[in-house]
Structures are given as C-alpha cells and as structure tokens.
Design a protein around this ligand. Structure first.
Ligand code: ADP
Ligand code: RBF
Ligand code: MG
Length: 382
C-alpha cells in the first residue's frame, strides 16, 4: 500500500486475541445459540452478538439467559451449551490474514503470545484445529488462568510477564472493546480489528484501528514488514461466489460512471461475514459471454454509508447493455485495500480507477492469470 510509513512505536512482542481476531468464532456461536434457544421455544435473532463479543463464556451465558428470560440458571445454560460448542470447534475458520500473520511473526522470531478470555480447555481445543498455531505461541494464557478476564489488564500483564517483556513494549491485537480496554489498561500498544461492522468510532482508545488483519503493517511497530505484496496486491487463498445479477442501488453507472453487477447476498451471509470488507480482484464469468477481469468492493461503501454489506464487482470490459438476471461467477484471487471514506465523489472515483489499473496489471501475472481457468468458472450449469 502507498500509505506513508509512519513509525508509531517500537515493540518487542505481540500478544494476540483468539476469538474474533484470529478465528471466526461468531460463525459457530450463532448456530449453536440458535439451536439451543430453539429448545426453549425462543428464536435467536443475533441482536446479542454485539453484547457478547469479548466476554467470558459465563458472562455470555448470563446475558443470553437474561435477555431471553430462560427458565434455567446461568450454570445450567453453560452446562448445556459447552458440549454443543466443543462439537463445532473443528468448524471454526481462521480469519483472513491470521495464518499469514502468525507465520510471519514466528518466522521472524518475534515473541508471540495468545491471550484469550476463553477458558484454557476451549482455547486448547480451538487451536488444535489450526495447523502450526500451538507451536508458534511461546505463551498461551486463558481466561480461567487469571483473576479477572478482559477488560481487566490481568491477562495481558501475565502474558508480558511470561514472555519476559515489559508491558510497554508489547503490541496487543484485539477485535473486541473489552480487549482493547484491557490492553490499554496494561500499558500496551493496541491495534483494534473490530469484528462488529461500522463501530470503528467506539474504538477511540486503540492506537490504531484497521479493518482486517490483511491491513496490518508491522513496520509501524518496528517489526519486520510483510514481503508478500506484489505490485500493490496481496495474493489470497482463492474463494468464489456466484449467482444471478440483481439490481443494486442504481447509482454505480449513474453517479460514479462505474457499473457494478451486484450479486444477491442471500444465502451468502456466512461467506460475507467471514470476508472482511475491502477491495478485491479476480476473474468473472458471465454465463453467455465469457471470462473477464474483475475488480470489486465488498462492504458498506463508507462514502454512501449503506446499511447492508454488498458485493459490487466491476467487470473490466465494455458491454453493449445490461445483463440483469444472468448468472455471474467470481473467483477472488487477491486483495488491494480496505474500503475507505472520501471527502469528494471525484476522489472516490479516482481511487476506484486506480484499483482498476492495479487489478488489470496484476491479473496478467502468471500467479493470478492461472485462475482464469479455475473449474468454478467453467461449471456446467452455466
Ligand atoms: P445497480 O445499482 O443496479 O447495480 P449499476 O449502475 O451499478 O446498477 O449498473 C450495474 C449493471 O450494469 C449490471 O447489473 C449490469 O447489468 C450492467 N453492466 C454493464 N457493464 C458492466 C460492467 N462492465 N460491469 C458490471 N456491470 C455492468
Ligand atoms: N465505496 C466506498 O464507499 N469506498 C470505497 O473505498 C470503495 N471502493 C470501491 C472499489 C471498487 C473497485 C468498486 C467497484 C467500488 C468501490 N466502492 C467504494 C463502492 C461504490 O461506492 C459502489 O460500487 C457504488 O456506490 C455503487 O453502489
Ligand atoms: Mg451496482
């Protein structure tokens, strides 16, 4: 990225949070709560999701039992939910950038700790499904191993002590508010990676707020920089999404002069919640027409402040007309930048054109070009 390389502070160690920062725990938590609440004849609506991020399991249970007026004690609820959670730990996915970050720091011998509000047994089980993680942390500290969980600084102070590094020389990476509060209370530098959308303004206590781990710049903290960016792009493990082209906000061509063939987000909530908002690129197949280069944004379009997370692919080709209703398939191969806000429409448009140039050039590199032949783009149902 072209951002000025401003050194914020030199740190000697990194302390990572687990749930919501490295792994997408919310994905299974919602499913498990939904199933359990159904047994009580209640419907989980996800509205508690905000309240429970960064809490200990006991605190989470207290909130749910109260909010849904369940006829059971908090302890009983924990007893019921625990086996259901364990069954799902194997299905929790690493968040984008998590494996890359852990590998980078451990390859460069940066002392690394894991500090989670979750009980030790949960932490052990969750990370056992993530290859290479356990060995990468020289310290692992869980919520039941200190007197008080986050937002208390205890967990972070204990991690620093075990790392043998002054708290002021530790960098904490956290998705939750209790975690950010705890890290600051411990006298540490804190980078927030909010897992709840559009709440960036709440994270004022953090030293930096980034939209995903993909955007972390370790050199800001005196740590070795990532060296995997290629001509303004970050290669990703590819993923795909597709469906009929639907009507969007009707402003892509009209307001920006940049048409985006919106995909329906129905049925893709899991995929969308696991991929951070941002600008991506790859290949697009339009059923009747062919395969094209594509650059797209995923997110809330901060400039327009949408209420829904949308997928907006711009196919880098001049078409004769609209193609609403046609099947569109996308293979996403790389990342360009986080979504941003702009002070003028012109600057937003200029930035999107810059994204286009970056994507067009990158897609000619063999590393990205090869996915033009991805089997997903050739599906027989097209
Ligand atoms: P909407 O708000 O409905 O998405 P847009 O103004 O963004 O409207 O226009 C998008 C539509 O324009 C697409 O659904 C598609 O039918 C058409 N279109 C034409 N050329 C392109 C292109 N190069 N990339 C994406 N969509 C295009
Ligand atoms: N919208 C934003 O508010 N901020 C962005 O940084 C942004 N980046 C975009 C990058 C690309 C490549 C594309 C195709 C769109 C981007 N948009 C962004 C979305 C744009 O606002 C949206 O497509 C239009 O508003 C049409 O709905
Ligand atoms: Mg559109």
């Amino acid at each position: 990225m072209s951002t000025a390389k401003a050194l914020k502070k030199v740190v000697a160690a990194v302390i990572l949070d687990l749930d919501g920062t490295l792994i997408h725990t919310d994905g299974i938590l919602g499913d498990v709560l939904k199933a359990l609440l159904l047994k009580y004849g209640k419907q989980w609506d996800g509205r508690e999701a905000q309240k429970i991020v960064g809490k200990t399991p006991l605190e989470e249970a207290t909130i749910v039992v109260e909010d849904y007026e369940l006829p059971c004690s908090t302890d009983e609820f924990v007893t019921q939910i625990t086996p259901l959670l364990y069954d799902q730990f194997c299905n929790i996915k690493a968040l984008p950038g998590a494996n890359r970050l852990i590998k980078h720091l451990s390859d460069h011998n940066v002392p690394l700790a894991l500090a989670s509000n979750s009980p030790r047994a949960y932490v052990e089980s969750k990370i056992s499904y993530q290859q290479g993680w356990k060995e990468s942390f020289s310290v692992i500290i869980a919520g039941d191993e200190v007197r008080a969980g986050k937002p208390s600084p205890d967990i972070f102070l204990e991690a620093a002590k075990r790392l043998g590094i002054e708290p002021s020389r530790c960098l904490v990476i956290e998705d939750s508010l209790p975690g950010v509060t705890g890290g600051k209370a411990a006298g540490m530098e804190v980078v927030a990676v909010p897992s709840i959308p559009k709440q960036t303004h709440l994270y004022i206590a953090a030293d930096e707020v980034i939209s995903s781990l993909l955007d972390l710049q370790p050199e800001f903290w005196g740590l070795p920089p990532f060296d995997d960016w290629i001509d303004g792009t970050l290669p990703l493990e590819t993923w795909h999404i597709g469906g009929p082209v639907v009507k969007g906000f009707g402003r892509g061509s009209k307001v920006l002069g940049i048409p985006t063939a919106n995909l329906s987000t129905k049925g893709y909530s899991a995929l969308l919640s696991e991929h951070p908002s941002g600008v991506y690129f790859g290949w697009a197949r339009l059923s009747t027409q062919g395969v094209y280069k594509m650059v797209m944004s995923i997110g809330w379009n901060p400039y327009f402040n949408n209420t829904e997370k949308t997928i907006e692919p711009w196919l880098l080709h001049e078409f004769d007309g609209d193609f609403y209703g046609e099947e569109l398939r996308l293979v996403i191969v790389g990342y360009i930048r986080p979504e941003a806000n702009f002070t003028s429409l012109e600057s937003l448009i200029a930035k999107i054109h810059e994204d286009r140039r970056i994507a067009e050039r990158a897609l000619d590199i063999p590393l990205y070009l090869k996915y033009k032949d991805d089997p997903y783009l050739k599906g027989s149902s097209l």
